[in-house]
Design a protein around this ligand. Structure first.
Ligand code: SF4
Length: 272
């Protein structure tokens, strides 16, 4: 029999709200267990045989997906993998850049990515230095493999809103990219510029808006990203502003959601 949040709260937990599990209430803990697979053993006050019995029942309902919160990152990754699954690796360098290398019996695409490289084999994407990639990062890389056209960047820059079907993603672009950049670098334009240089950025050839920082990152061989940043002017009560710009060919290489994921990755690299 499946265990609901109420079942666990009412029949399994002590209802003392002691916080030993790290959650503010027993009910909050029960909700995490049922909808996000948080280990029931995180509550140290459950009798051992009750815990063992419940863990078996939970494993059964997890395997059926019952009451589990939708894992959006996993959904996106599986979709991207299905898009990229039938690609011939030999065709990729001509479309998206990079080079093919042999390691043992396998052929791998070695693809420049900011200042490092990715290794792509089938639908497996790893960093050449072995560091871990987020699932959203893998999603936009796989979508790039599937969609990437051979068009080269033209050096004509557009704001995100100028591309079709971006209105619903503007909130994400603002809250997950532009606002964190402003929060992190307001009053610190020199630090932002130094961080950008460490990520291989070059000055943007035409800084038409007279931004304090105007740089271009080569995220992928055919996908550049430009960052414009205007620093705060406290005496004039001018707030900082940040804006990402994209080459007009970006939609040949990435779907709109992947453009947001790539932008988030750039924000993460700069801010972290
Ligand atoms: S440790 Fe157990 S009893 Fe304490 S709040 Fe968490 S779930 Fe409730």
């Amino acid at each position: 029999m499946a265990l609901s949040v109420v079942d666990i709260y009412r029949d399994v937990l002590p209802k003392s709200n002691c916080r030993d599990c790290g959650f503010p209430t027993c009910l909050a803990f029960a909700a995490k267990v049922v909808s996000e697979r948080h280990p029931l053993s995180g509550c140290p006050h459950i009798v051992a045989d009750v815990l063992a019995r419940c863990e078996i029942e939970l494993a059964e309902q997890y395997s059926q997906g019952k009451w589990l919160k939708r894992d959006m990152a996993e959904d996106a990754l599986q979709w991207a993998k299905s898009r990229a699954a039938s690609l011939a690796i030999e065709d990729l360098p001509a479309r998206i850049g990079g080079e093919l290398i042999r390691t043992g019996a396998e052929t791998i695409l070695r693809l420049p990515y900011f200042t490092g490289h990715l290794h792509i084999c089938g639908t497996t994407v790893t960093r050449s230095d072995g560091s871990e990639m987020t699932r959203y990062e893998q999603v936009f890389i796989l979508n790039h493999l599937a969609q990437g056209g051979s068009s080269e960047p033209r050096g004509r820059w557009k704001g995100f809103i100028e591309f079709p079907n971006t209105v619903s993603k503007m909130v994400s672009m603002k809250s997950a990219v532009e606002e964190p950049l402003i929060a992190r670098f307001s009053g610190r334009k020199e630090e932002l510029f130094a961080c950008a240089l460490r990520l291989g950025a070059l000055p943007l050839p035409a800084n038409e808006g007279s931004a304090d920082v105007a740089v271009v990152f080569k995220a992928l061989p055919r996908v550049p990203l430009a960052l414009l940043f205007w620093d705060a002017v406290p005496d004039d009560e001018v707030q900082s502003q940040a804006k990402l710009m994209f080459d007009e060919t970006v939609v040949d290489h990435l779907d709109i959601e992947s453009i947001v994921f790539l932008s988030e990755r750039l924000r993460q690299l700069l801010c972290d």
